[in-house]
Ligand binder design. Structure first.
Ligand SMILES: [Fe+2]
Ligand SMILES: [Fe+2]
Length: 258
């Protein structure tokens, strides 16, 4: 991070305390304190609570209900509404699903590709395969949520039968020496023996080649496939009392005080 963008992350109070410090040592202490506070704010904050690259700094205190910085969602939101108002532009998801469609895969693979990373867009990046699977489990075939959970592990392991290689990007991101955690290896081993292995594997196959600049895909193209493969609750996602309704509500109102 350069100096200007770092300073822009500091609160006015932090900047004032650094400026007001009399000695170099006091300035260093004030700077360290400000850096720690900034890290607390940006690292420990769930993704859903970060708007336009900033955490909830500036949010009215004790906010309840619609965050004025976010588009207001319909009263009974559908999966498509979440794409439009919370995940957009979500090019990676839309391009993955379009590729699966063009490659002629079954609709269950297309819907799996469409939602395989949604938690990264609206709720949680860490362990995203598990979060995504859990979020959608009440609304899709068991095979689809299973495949989405397992894609997190499968991405790290090649499969020559479908020309899937370890992603080169991962070598750049994590280094040559990176080895997935034992729980990821365990998840891979379980998936490899499972009857639905190939459904999950096909998510990774379509995932890998789906980052294309300038390829615009409209989520409305998937309305029919979503209609046939995602049980949209009539009360709206978040309000149907399902075991994961709270996750969808969290994305609707990510900054509620309580
Ligand atoms: Fe993923
Ligand atoms: Fe992905």
């Amino acid at each position: 991070m350069d100096r200007r963008s770092f300073l822009s992350t500091l609160s006015a109070a932090s900047l004032a305390s650094i400026t007001a410090a009399a000695t170099l040592s006091e300035k260093a202490d004030a700077l360290e304190h400000a850096m720690a506070a900034t890290l607390d704010r940006t690292v420990a904050k769930p993704f859903a609570c970060i708007v336009d690259g900033h955490s909830d700094e500036g949010t009215p205190p004790f906010l309840m209900g619609n965050d004025p910085r976010l588009p207001q969602m319909p009263e009974k939101p559908s999966l498509i509404d979440f794409f439009k108002y919370r995940f957009a532009p979500a090019d990676h998801l839309l391009q993955s699903a379009r590729l699966a469609l063009e490659n002629g895969y079954d609709e269950k693979v297309v819907i799996a590709c469409l939602v395989h990373d949604i938690s990264v867009y609206g709720l949680m990046r860490t362990d995203h395969g598990y979060w995504c699977a859990q979020m959608i489990k009440p609304y899709v075939a068991e095979e689809v949520s299973w495949a989405i959970e397992k894609h997190q592990a499968l991405r790290f392991f090649p499969d020559d039968s479908v020309d899937y290689a370890y992603p080169e990007a991962y070598i750049r991101f994590f280094g040559e020496e990176y080895k997935p955690e034992p729980y990821i290896e365990q998840s891979y081993r379980e998936a490899r023996k499972h009857k639905w292995y190939m459904t999950s594997r096909l998510i990774t196959v379509n995932d890998l080649y789906s980052f294309e600049d300038g390829v615009e895909v409209d989520v409305d193209e998937f309305t029919d496939i979503v209609g046939r493969n995602f049980r949209q609750p009539s009360e709206g996602l978040g309000f149907d009392g399902s075991p994961t309704a709270h996750m969808w509500r969290t994305m609707i109102w990510p900054n509620n005080f309580l």
